[in-house]
Design a protein around this ligand. Sequence first.
Ligand code: OSB
Ligand code: MG
Length: 371
Amino acid sequence: MRVEAITLREIQMPLVHFFETSFGRTYIRRILLLTVHCDGVDGWSECVTGEDPFYSSEWIESTWPTIVRYLAPAILGRNLQSARDCAPLFAKVRGHRMAKAAVENALWDAEAKQKSLPLWKLLGGTRSEIPCGVSIGIQDSVEQLIDKIQTELAAGYRRIKIKVKPGWDVNVMEKIRSRWADITLSCDANSAYTLDQTEHLRSFDQFNLLMIEQPLWDDDIFYHARLQKELKTSICLDESIVNGRTAATAVETGACRIINIKVGRVGGFSEAKKIHDICHSQKIPVWCGGMLESGIGRAHNIALSTLENFSLPGDVSASKRYWKEDIIDPEVHVSPEGMIAISEQPGTGYRIKEDLIEKLTRRQETVRAER
Ligand code: OSB
Ligand code: MG
């Protein structure tokens, strides 16, 4: 697989409804799409960086030059045996995992197409359908949130996750539980609390949550281990898990009982698989997180979710929850049972709507191998 050229594109897509977390509100996504051109085959991926360096230190304006100046030159003109070979070529660049993931995952897509294999099979997946949950952002009112939960339950989703922060937590979960005593419910704090609020976090135990996601600092494992000892509710780590080693540390120290794997956050499919395998061997269930992706990132999340230990419903939900029109065909559909069926087609099984992408593109740059 010779990498001839890499194309970066920024597309802009308005969300159907704003999405608010403890660090802010998003109305329009600015999405970096990547195409690798290899031996006549195009592999596509989506970089999960946001518009601002809030969820992570990476953002769209950092990923673009990192790819152009460092990551692309490390692989352009090279003959790679497989997408797997690319992570070691990036090792000299510290961090920038979302940028690395974008390049590596485009190569996985190209490799799957070249081998006429479904991407999920190339990754080692085993599931023919995957269970889905939803992540519901902070709303203007609790009534609005209750309406949204009602809609998602009616659509069949198997787990409701709400975003929490101080002032939008216990009061909100009380209302939800008084309406629905038995639904599978979890919450995600995106680091909105500190260890001083342990007593407050302990009061979440009354809501019988499946998990509380990332209550403390984004780069912390040690204090999460201390907190987990104080809580009945399982902690799930998201931001803190950046590679196999941090996953192993979190599991060994008891910092969490569940791990959220986001392929972008951890640097690509190779590292995501590593984390999956470590958790599997330690009997720690995992699920696939989301980053408000367009169809391209969504399709990659779906492929990853077919690995055996993705036993909990992920944040991989239908295209129409986010987009008026998605950039893949078919769009991602979720059945009334809350499942996504996995395609047997080569690649992701979703065709890329290049015409629509063209219309949404705000800037574009191609870097080529010499000669
Ligand atoms: O922490 O999981 C998160 C969205 C943006 C940034 C961080 C997170 C999220 C979500 C949305 O929860 C999940 C989705 O894409 O549906
Ligand atoms: Mg999260």
